[in-house]
Design a protein around this ligand. Structure first.
Ligand code: SAH
Length: 467
């Protein structure tokens, strides 16, 4: 089984950083069904191709089947089948394991590139396509791909086989491309080889984030991915419908005409309470030039813009997609020039020093630090507190102790790398303040529970000495 991913983004060899597999080496991995290899048939500045090759061992496979007591484990079928040759769910699960961080859109070395659409070509030379070759473009085209699925003819004029040669071209984020393949290869193959556990729903929802809920073929995709288990598919489709509703709401919120100035009420949504608390502290500090670091889709920015005392507002984020949404939400193109000049949107990675961020009154990190891999947190501390060094830094993050009040398995958001207890956040804040010469005050945001504290933790750092 073979799949290749090529890019002509220059330098093309950066593909190796995104996949976390060095282009000069052959990488080997043991999979439940055999051995997998990642290698680069070409790796130049102009064009780089990574190949994922899965070498299925039919014996491993049949004994694994035997252990799983699957009905196919009896008879000749276990040795005489197409599994070793045709790309399928096994290739997808190898992809999921071997390129795990790339699928998440994470990249230690090239975070901006991981967030940027780049020219890509994907080739799967032999793919079983149940339902005919025309299904492939129906699945891939709505996602921004130009799809070619050429039926592979049988020998001796027997007509076309059930196999296609799949080629996709498009300009997409690598993470999106890999998630499309992770979901859609097994969907085209439609012969999942392993037992479907309920956590397959989570895998589908996670891999489908941002594209599956709105996909015209989402029902077919969901049913096939979950091996036609009705109950599982029903649950997954309900969750997708929920996501669509949320996106629609977001679009409404993104329209500034419909944003009301929030009334001060006892129980507002936590997100509103957070922004209110941040704004109150920024006003109290007398900050005029403000950074919103990790601004996301710009919810806080639109509050800041409405208050004239904030004379310079910068939203910074590593994700170009978030910045695009923020730009739309703020309707920068419709603002009068003088207003527009107050606000800037910059793409930047907070784990790297950026001179543009120096000299501000205050920097906000609202629900951002928990998205950073713990080993990269020191780099963020250096870039924000050490290099950008604003007079004040305002940080909010979840309080993990409060999670018992939510029906949760794991963390509050799938992209969170950690969530801290109050003791952990206090220890971090105190250490960072001492090291970089700030004093720190700790607060809570949201409803106070006597046992667990508030849902959100809030630290306000203020520099002791002028930089
Ligand atoms: N502050 C926003 C968004 C929070 S989500 C809000 O509260 O609504 C976290 C944001 O941090 C995402 O938009 C993500 O793209 C951004 N982010 C995560 N790691 C980052 C990094 N290393 N550099 C810059 N932005 C980062």
């Amino acid at each position: 089984m073979l799949m290749t991913v090529s890019t002509t983004h220059t330098p093309a060899t950066d593909l190796g950083f995104l996949l976390v597999k060095h282009p000069d080496r052959v990488h080997q991995f043991e999979m439940p069904a055999g051995l997998a290899y990642v290698m680069y048939p070409e790796a130049t500045e102009q064009r780089c191709t990574a190949a994922l090759l899965l070498d299925i061992d039919p014996h491993t496979l049949s004994s694994a089947r035997h252990r799983a007591k699957a009905p196919e484990s009896a008879g000749l079928g276990q040795f005489v089948n197409d599994r070793p040759y045709a790309a399928s769910s096994m290739l997808a699960s190898a992809l999921g394991r071997i390129f795990r961080s790339a699928l998440r859109g994470a990249s230690k070395d090239r975070p901006e590139l991981a967030a940027t659409p780049i020219p890509l070509e994907i080739a799967v030379p032999v793919l079983r396509c149940r339902g005919g070759a025309e299904l492939a473009p129906r699945l891939f085209d709505p996602l921004g791909w130009a799809t070619s699925a050429a039926p592979i003819p049988l020998d001796d004029d027997w007509g076309d086989s059930r196999y296609v040669e799949l080629r996709l071209t498009g300009t997409l984020r690598l993470a999106d491309a890999l998630n499309h393949l992770y979901v859609l290869l097994p969907v085209l193959d439609d012969a999942k080889h392993y037992w479907i556990a309920p956590d397959e729903i989570d895998k589908l929802i996670r891999a489908g984030e941002g594209w599956l809920a709105g996909h015209p073929e989402r029902t077919l995709i969901t049913r096939r991915f979950l091996a036609h288990r009705r109950a599982l598919a029903g649950t997954a489709l309900a969750r997708l419908a929920e996501e669509r509703r949320r996106l629609d709401e977001l679009d409404e919120v993104a329209d500034p005409d419909t944003i009301e100035t929030p009334e001060v009420e006892a129980r507002q949504p936590l997100a509103v309470q957070r922004r209110e608390s941040l704004l109150a502290v920024l006003r109290e500090l007398g900050a005029a030039r403000v950074l919103d670091l990790g601004c996301g889709s710009g919810a806080l920015l639109s509050d800041l813009v409405r208050d004239r005392r904030f004379t310079e507002i910068v939203g910074a984020d590593v994700s170009s997609r978030s910045l695009e949404i923020a730009e739309r939400r703020l309707r920068l193109d419709r603002l009068p020039e003088r207003q527009r000049d107050r606000i800037k949107l910059w793409q930047t990675a907070l784990t790297y020093r950026d001179d543009r961020l120096r000299g501000f009154d205050a920097a906000v990190l609202m629900e951002v630090i928990e998205h950073v891999d713990p080993p990269r947190l020191a780099a963020l501390e250096d870039a924000v507190f050490g290099h950008a060094a604003p007079i004040s830094v305002l940080v909010t993050t979840p309080n993990s102790e409060y999670n018992v009040h939510y029906e949760l398995e794991g963390l509050r958001h799938h992209d969170h790398r950690f969530e801290w207890t109050r003791a952990e956040f206090t220890a971090w804040s105190t250490r960072v303040a001492e090291f970089y010469g700030y004093t720190v005050r700790l607060h809570g945001i949201g409803e106070q529970d006597p046992e667990t504290g508030t849902p959100t933790q809030f630290a306000v750092f203020t520099r002791e000495v002028p930089a």
